[in-house]
Design a protein around this ligand. Structure first.
Ligand SMILES: [Ca+2]
Length: 104
């Protein structure tokens, strides 16, 4: 490898590695939601705004405040975190985002 290829490889590795803690941190939380809503497909954006995984949407904030575990998911199921008129549980079951009023 030339010096410039080495530098590009190191930069690419640093970028990939910088995102790993966020990915791994989010997985247990998505799994907690999935444990309660077994038929739903749950991803990172259930708690985080698209493209900003360091921030929490209103559902993510409620989940954190309720204890950030399986019981927290159950506790906030009947809430309407994004105030769009649909409960968190119904949104998760429908595949819409309980933290984004634009996605009901
Ligand atoms: Ca809602």
């Amino acid at each position: 490898m030339t010096k410039s290829k080495n530098l590009r490889f190191i930069l690419a590795a640093m970028i990939v590695l910088s995102f790993l803690p966020y990915s791994f941190a989010a997985m247990p939380d998505a799994k907690n939601v999935q444990k309660v809503h077994t038929d739903a497909t749950v991803g990172c954006t259930v708690c985080h705004p698209q493209g900003d995984f360091k921030a929490l949407n209103e559902y993510g904030k409620a989940y954190l405040a309720a204890g950030r575990n399986v019981d927290a998911v159950k506790t906030i199921d009947d809430l309407d975190s994004d105030a769009d008129g649909v409960t968190n549980a119904d949104e998760i079951k429908a595949g819409t985002n309980p933290g984004d009023a634009a996605g009901k």
